[in-house]
Design a protein around this ligand. Structure first.
Ligand code: DQA
Length: 139
């Protein structure tokens, strides 16, 4: 099984950024934990702060990989281009959020990309990514 874990803008700063909300673990450290847990799965990681780069990567893997775990960061709430891209590819995408976006500011409660995703997992800290992988395995 091949799964892409994709993080959008500002998620390269995990472990440093707003630690009260996002925690103090870097994504690189968490990724090692995931890789040790899922030795049978090829976990590919990609992060970009740039919308078009995220789209290029989704198009690149979105017809061959078995699943995509996507935390689109703030583009979740704004990007019709990402919505169109997720609609265009065949690989199932699970939308994840580290924080419970519904318990935060009003503008975070709406996701533009959810309608094109297989499902949404939010609010479990970095464990949200593992839950998304489990959801893809269970497909
Ligand atoms: C986030 C929530 C978004 O609203 C925010 O813009 C992020 C991170 C999360 O993982 O909780 O960058 O996607």
């Amino acid at each position: 099984m091949k799964i892409l874990i994709m993080n959008g803008p500002n998620l390269n700063l995990l472990g440093v950024r707003e630690t009260a909300i996002y925690g103090s673990t870097s994504f690189d450290d968490y990724l090692q934990t995931l890789k040790q847990k899922y030795t049978d799965i090829e976990l590919v990681y990609y992060q970009s702060n740039i919308e078009g780069e995220l789209i290029n990567k989704l198009q690149e893997v979105g017809f061959s990989f078995d699943g995509i775990v996507l935390n689109a960061g703030a583009y979740t709430h704004t990007s019709i281009a990402l919505l169109d891209c997720i609609k265009s590819i065949t690989t199932p995408v699970v939308e994840v959020h580290i924080s419970n976006v519904h318990a935060r500011e009003e503008f975070r409660r709406h996701s533009v990309i959810s309608p094109a995703c297989k499902g949404v997992i939010a609010g479990f800290g970095l464990h949200s990514y593992q839950l998304a992988i489990e959801a893809l395995i269970a497909q």
